[in-house]
Design a protein around this ligand. Sequence first.
Ligand SMILES: C[S@@+](CC[C@H](N)C(=O)[O-])C[C@H]1O[C@@H](n2cnc3c(N)ncnc32)[C@H](O)[C@@H]1O
Length: 246
Amino acid sequence: MNDFQKEVKDRIASNAQDERLKSDAAAFMRSSIASQYSYNFSWLGRPIIQYPQDMIAMQELIWSIQPDLIIETGIAHGGSLIFSASMLELNAACGGPQDASVLGVDIDIRPHNRQAIEAHPLYRRIEMIQGSSVAPEVVGQVRARATGRQRILVCLDSNHTHEHALAELKAYAPLVSVGSYCVVFDTVIEHLPGEMYPDRPWGPGNNPMSAVFEFLKEHPEFESDGQIDSQLLVSVAPRGYLRRRA
Ligand SMILES: C[S@@+](CC[C@H](N)C(=O)[O-])C[C@H]1O[C@@H](n2cnc3c(N)ncnc32)[C@H](O)[C@@H]1O
């Protein structure tokens, strides 16, 4: 580790102890989620429903892991698929896996979204499956696509109930390569007021974070990477960056 890297590491550790900074970040998360901030962005022309901080964390992971397959549940407008495809394209341009691709799963790929994704120049790195991410036949298709891949990264961003997120973790986390990650988005729901999602089944106690905690109890091969939480402070995936250590 050089001096600059050490400085960054020390600052992240010190920020993680800074109560004022953490409370300001938490306040920003509450008010920005209420104002639907995550819908404000696009990546290479497609709307992406993410916070820029998490996108930077994903860029760092994709660069350091150099995956040859990224599996994503939850496509929506396709922005996160295009984001992943673009990172794989950059990795390939820099000598990384040349045939790396992204596999997206969504229960409802709207025709206009499918059309726009298929028309995108990076579509050659993308494949999509329509169906519930926890349906056995869909899980089977994803497993088949994962066969023979060397470094797999998984991102879960579909239905945010405890039951669904836990079922996705059980189905897809085993595909994650050692040293790679299963990123579980929207764990932040645990920290938000229950009334924030009046028309949704999820809320505190019933969300991807509660699923992550239950999953980790029985899967010591995964650990939640607190370093990424401390680095970002502003994130929809606190405790959701799960690193496979064995
Ligand atoms: C939050 S959006 C995904 C956002 C996208 N990852 C991005 O960053 O732009 C959630 C998506 O999950 C999909 N979804 C909901 N339930 C699902 C299920 N059981 N299986 C697969 N996808 C599901 C929805 O149709 C929706 O498109």
